[in-house]
Design a protein around this ligand. Structure first.
Ligand SMILES: Cc1ncc(COP(=O)(O)O)c(C=O)c1O
Length: 394
């Protein structure tokens, strides 16, 4: 067969290493702290089933017809009202429904980035986002982070040297680090976006999952100059299989994203949108989130406790105030990709940290997820992992 020549934009892209690890960990006897998956026990299965039946009964033909690219108006209105109560100025007109926030990343970058345009991002950052940015052949510039997220002095220095079109940030319970950007840095970041004229993609799938500490305003809530494209999602607070997220941005940006979405998938599945709306209109979401937080808080606290018991003394980690991840740093010389091979033999898995760094590094780091394991699995898995780390000590 003749050689298959793919597009340049995909030349340097491999599949997500996390997806590969997830395949590996699909074996039933493995305890996996690898994926960023919510606990299936938190999914409101019965309520969504009732909501779907109601949608078919009341709106069958309408729901099964094509819909508007912007999304189902009652759901846009509901999301806009809910976000407004949380300090984000959202209206139907500046709210676009998307097929998960992953699609929002794609549409925002599609709207702004030509090959070689500069984007700033956190280091380490979410791999799914980096894949999207690479697909559009963006010039990625990683800005230094510490345990409180992006360092504003490093950002200002970079801004004096280069002009980004977009800056990508997960300011609350970041993936993979679990870190949260403090209020002063949030204010500074939106101020710098206005001063240096770039847009911020604020990716906020975890923001409502807070277990400790004070709630902070989103960047969007602080955004007087309309420089923030806010992405939210039902994935971690209802169910990821629904594939419904939302983008809030000024209408001219949303218009471009709508055009991009038309070409991508016409609109987000009406079955999902109508079902989600019928569920949300019961006004149970805040209570549901409170239940999820209670469960995840207990798991997160317990994982931290058993890590203290079983991990080598030289390992350090953050205590996240929310989200799904704990980020671990081992002394230099450890290689967590190699350690993963050993760990999988012992039936425990995690995600090595290095793929989250866009310019390399982080070989001695790893990410653990606590939401999708039982307390018993957390105790057993962390003990095993502690033994693997002790065996592989350098
Ligand atoms: C930071 C971040 N952004 C976006 C996503 C994609 O989420 P969604 O299911 O809404 O597409 C994820 C998923 O894990 C994530 O961690």
């Amino acid at each position: 067969m003749s050689e298959v020549i793919f597009a340049d934009r995909l030349q340097n892209l491999s599949g997500s290493i996390i997806r590969e690890i997830l395949k590996l960990t699909a074996q039933p006897d493995i305890i996996s702290f690898a994926g960023g998956m919510p606990a299936p026990g938190t999914f409101p299965v019965k309520e969504l089933q009732e909501a779907a039946v109601e949608a078919f009964t009341e709106f069958g033909p309408q729901m099964l017809q094509y819909g508007a690219t912007e999304g189902y108006v009652p759901l846009r209105q509901w999301i806009a009202d809910w976000l407004s109560k949380k300090g984000i100025k959202a209206t139907v007109d500046n709210t676009l429904l998307i097929s998960g926030s992953q699609q929002g990343l794609d549409l925002a970058v599609k709207a702004f980035i030509n090959k070689g345009d500069t984007m700033f991002l956190e280091n380490p950052t979410f791999l799914g986002a980096v894949q999207t940015f690479n697909t559009y052949e963006a010039n990625l510039v990683a800005i230094d982070c510490d345990e409180h997220g992006m360092k504003m002095d490093a950002l200002e220095k970079a801004l004096q040297e280069q002009q980004p079109k977009l800056l990508y940030s997960i300011p609350t319970f970041q993936n993979p680090s679990g870190n949260t950007l403090p209020l002063e840095r949030r204010k500074k970041l939106v101020e710098l976006a206005a001063k240096y004229n770039f847009f911020i993609i604020e990716d906020d799938p975890y923001g409502w999952l807070r277990y400790h500490g004070e709630e902070l305003p989103t960047l969007k809530a602080l955004d007087k100059a309309d420089k923030v494209i806010y992405l939210g999602s039902s994935s971690k607070i209802v169910a990821p299989g629904a594939r419904v997220g939302w983008a809030i941005a000024q209408p001219d940006i949303l218009r471009k994203m709508v055009i991009g979405k038309q070409a991508a998938d016409v609109h987000t599945s009406n079955l999902s949108q109508y079902t989600l709306y019928n569920y949300l209109k019961r006004n149970v979401l805040d209570e549901h989130i409170a239940h999820i937080c209670e469960e995840y808080r207990a798991k997160c606290d317990f994982m931290l406790e058993v890590m203290g018991k079983y991990f080598p003394k030289e390992a350090t980690w953050n205590a996240p105030e929310g989200g799904l991840f704990i980020w671990i740093t081992l002394p230099a010389g450890y290689n967590t990709t190699k350690i993963l091979e050993e760990a999988v033999k012992d039936k425990v898995a995690f995600v090595p940290g290095s793929p989250f760094y866009v310019h390399g590094g982080g070989e001695n780091t790893l990410r653990l997820n606590f939401s999708n394991s039982s307390m018993e699995q957390i105790e057993t898995g962390i003990k095993k992992l502690g033994e693997v780390l002790a065996k592989t000590a350098v």
